[in-house]
Write a protein that binds this ligand. Structure first.
Ligand code: ADP
Ligand code: UDP
Length: 237
């Protein structure tokens, strides 16, 4: 097993199977394109359990993804993908960069939900891109673009329902996709690090905005969401 890639929050290792990787969820938590990084106790474990639960749910909902099995409290085996270097963002409620860019009020309901592509490039602060740029620069093919959009909206429908049953609002989220053997899979992770979740009644923030805005109780909020969704996380690592 050797280290293949260290990202801001996860590390990827090769395994005996050349088609599979070990994905380790670390406690590192970053904001503002990696400008601020802190270690939050238990976060790696909570996100690994959270992600495993969501990926298995999405598989049942017909969305192919890279998750194979959970290997340890803080690590899972995933299918090795050739990642497409764009982030797919779906929004149900206006927040974050949408409000900053367009001057719209935070909390505004977006119906139908919106879709945006961003280039995955911290040095350039993940600029917004579109289909034409993605094709011109060969980041993805036309069919892959269509499939990423279709899967992103399908993830939204599935998770909006799941979260709503737990009294939670899925405000927005970011997905990353990749290809293996000519097939597109959802990769990376789905956890409160990469989405916005509010309590449906109180609108309490239960996601990484607690870290960005230095509100405290970050991992406790992630665990509250996990508990409400029925994700089983051990008390002690
Ligand atoms: P970042 O690169 O944004 O700092 P992470 O710390 O989450 O983020 O690192 C995970 C990296 O692994 C990301 O670059 C992501 O695109 C990549 N990745 C996620 N899933 C897979 C996969 N199944 N195969 C190969 N690379 C993956
Ligand atoms: N997001 C992410 N990684 C990024 C950028 C965004 O996971 O590099 C997530 C973010 O947590 C939020 C959604 O994508 O759930 C939309 O983010 P937005 O464009 O509003 O940017 P931000 O306000 O986070 O700068």
């Amino acid at each position: 097993m050797s280290l293949l890639y260290t990202g801001k929050a996860k590390s990827l290792y090769t395994t005996e199977n050349p088609d599979e990787l070990l994905c380790v969820f670390r406690n590192d938590t970053s904001a503002f394109d990696g400008e601020r990084i802190e270690q939050l106790d238990r976060k790696g474990m909570v996100n690994n359990y959270f992600n495993a639960f969501i990926m298995q749910y999405l598989d049942k909902e017909g969305i192919p993804n890279h998750f194979i099995k959970q290997q340890a409290d803080d690590a899972s085996i995933v299918r090795k993908l050739n990642m497409i270097p764009v982030e797919c963002v779906v929004r149900n409620i206006a927040a974050g960069s949408l409000c900053r860019r367009l001057g719209v009020e935070a909390g505004l309901e977006l119906n139908p939900p919106t879709f945006e592509f961003f280039l995955k490039n911290d040095a350039l602060h993940d600029p917004m891109v579109n289909d034409s740029l993605i094709i011109a620069f060969k980041w993805a093919k036309e069919e892959q673009i269509a499939q990423m959009k279709q899967y992103s909206f399908a993830v939204n429908e599935a998770l909006k329902k799941l979260f709503s049953q737990a009294g939670l609002l899925l405000v927005d989220f970011k997905l990353e996709f990749g290809e293996a053997n000519g097939k597109l899979y959802l990769g990376d992770e789905f956890s409160p690090d990469g989405c916005r979740i509010w309590d449906a009644q109180t609108k309490k923030v239960l996601d990484k905005d607690r870290f960005r805005k230095q509100m405290g109780g970050v991992v406790e909020a992630y665990e509250e969401v996990a508990y409400r969704l029925g994700v089983k996380i051990p008390e002690v690592a």
